[in-house]
Write a protein that binds this ligand. Structure first.
Ligand code: NAD
Length: 432
């Protein structure tokens, strides 16, 4: 593994106040360091540091108690150089414009890394989704979609699920958009239910992709997934599927968590029982036959593989020195801060970066969009094979650059992506 040059910001950057967010600084810090290796022309580099377009909206919702709630919402499009923009919609109390801008930038790199014909976008609504009733969530989603109409479209910007949004959210978005244009437009969103043009394997794609990358990555590092102990933070759409896929491939999942905390059994958890408990009790808390741990403790448990699959900024300068895993596989977006990257590199703990490791979701979203446009649907075997090909190709390209230019994996992934986008931007030129 290549020696990691420090990742802490090379220089203080002047940011417009609306982008001055810790997560955007993290994305920009990664970009600035990768740009030192990418050798793209300065105007290209300058353009890639900022999003192309951002929309800020307020969303009025008639609440069940008769009051009116007003929620801030955002959609940020980082780059449309390679095609329509693509990225999830999240409902969370931490959503800001700057957070969406960081996540949109990472979507650009993720799509370019897998050579998908998309640029990056991200959106979200600042709300506590667990305090909203299904009717309130539907109202929020339909009005948010209506506010986004000027900038979304199947050839412009295609949303997908992210934290606390799901197939139902996408069905409401698809229906709202379709009602505006007067006919069904399934290709306006991905991650929909099968009944309205969704794709088989889309719900599982991100988690399965994480394990595909991990399997290929561990082999290259000289280790095997079979028998390895794994810790998964976040038992949602990404983490729960990844945990099940890990056990199916012979790994031992010793701890999982949700926002309220985790459960740990060094002998390996019975995930069928864990999932049944979570469904019945709407969380992992109180699960018997395993030891309760906090999320902070979970991140430091001894294991071969740590999969942060919950949210950003979990492995930090404060706790990275105590991470006991031999490899970190980023299921979540941005779970490792710049300072933590430096510390893990110094300690010889490789990080399989988010833009590669969790790209399975957008890969199968691309398959869903293609199927919707063609009105021709593929079976699960075809999708799994195509997904495996894309993920393994991504791993090969990242590893090849990491070895030839002696770069840590995250830097190699970013440089690969930046060169893809940079070549296209140079070829298109700057309009007018
Ligand atoms: P989700 O809402 O389905 O699940 C999130 C899980 O993390 C839940 O178990 C939740 O309780 C837990 N969690 C939330 N905040 C936490 C915190 N502060 N500490 C500990 N646990 C916490 O969301 P998801 O779709 O699984 O997304 C998880 C991560 O993966 C996010 O970073 C998201 O951007 C990223 N991601 C998702 C997809 C996708 O297809 N859903 C694709 C690529 C990346």
């Amino acid at each position: 593994m290549a020696e990691a040059p420090p990742l802490t910001p090379a220089r203080e950057v002047e940011l417009p106040p609306e982008l001055d967010d810790p997560l955007y600084r993290q994305a920009l810090g990664q970009l600035d360091h990768a740009l030192q290796h990418a050798a793209v022309p300065p105007p290209v580099a300058a353009k890639l540091r900022y999003p192309e377009r951002a929309l800020s909206v307020s969303i009025p919702v008639k609440m069940d108690d008769g009051s009116l709630g007003v929620f801030p919402g955002y959609r940020v499009q980082h780059s449309s150089v390679l095609g329509p923009t693509k990225g999830g919609i999240r409902y969370d109390l931490a959503v800001t414009l700057g957070e969406c801008a960081a996540l949109a930038m990472w979507m650009t790199w993720k799509c370019a890394l897998l050579r998908l014909p998309y640029g990056g976008a991200k959106g979200g609504v600042r709300c506590d989704p667990r305090s909203l009733s299904p009717r309130e969530l539907e109202g929020l989603t339909r009005r948010f979609t209506t506010e986004l109409l000027p900038i979304i479209g199947p050839e412009r910007d295609i949303p997908a699920p992210d934290m606390a949004t799901d197939e139902q959210t996408m069905a409401w978005m698809m229906d709202t958009y379709s009602m505006q244009v007067g006919h069904a437009v399934p290709e306006i969103v991905t991650g929909k239910p099968l009944s309205v043009g969704g794709s088989v394997l889309r719900p599982e794609a991100t988690g399965i992709g994480v394990v595909m990358v991990l399997d290929a990555g561990l082999r290259r590092l000289g280790w095997l997934l079979q028998g390895s102990s794994c810790v998964v933070q976040g038992y949602g759409k990404v983490g729960a599927v990844a945990a099940h896929e890990l056990t199916e491939r012979g790994a031992r999942v010793v701890a999982v968590s949700d926002i309220a905390g985790g459960v740990h059994d060094p002998a390996g958890l019975d995930l069928v029982q864990v999932s049944a408990w979570r469904r019945e009790h709407r969380g992992l808390a109180g699960f018997p036959d395993a030891q309760a741990v906090t999320n902070a403790e979970l991140l430091e448990l001894p294991c071969v593989v740590l999969v942060p699959a919950a949210t950003e900024k979990q492995v930090t300068g404060e706790n990275a020195g105590r991470v006991s895993a031999r490899v970190v596989a980023e299921g979540a977006n941005g779970p490792t801060t710049l300072e933590a990257d430096d510390i893990l590199a110094e300690r010889g703990i490789p990080v399989l970066p988010d833009i590669l490791t969790n790209a399975g979701g957008v890969a199968v979203s691309y398959f869903e969009w293609v199927q919707d446009i063609q009105r021709l649907f593929w079976g699960p075997d075809e999708i799994r094979i195509r997904l495996g090909d894309l993920m393994r190709d991504g791993v090969s390209r990242v590893w090849a650059l990491s070895e030839s230019e002696r770069l840590p994996l995250r830097r190699a992934a970013l440089v690969t992506s930046i060169r893809e986008v940079g070549d296209a931007l140079e070829a298109r030129g700057f309009y007018p």
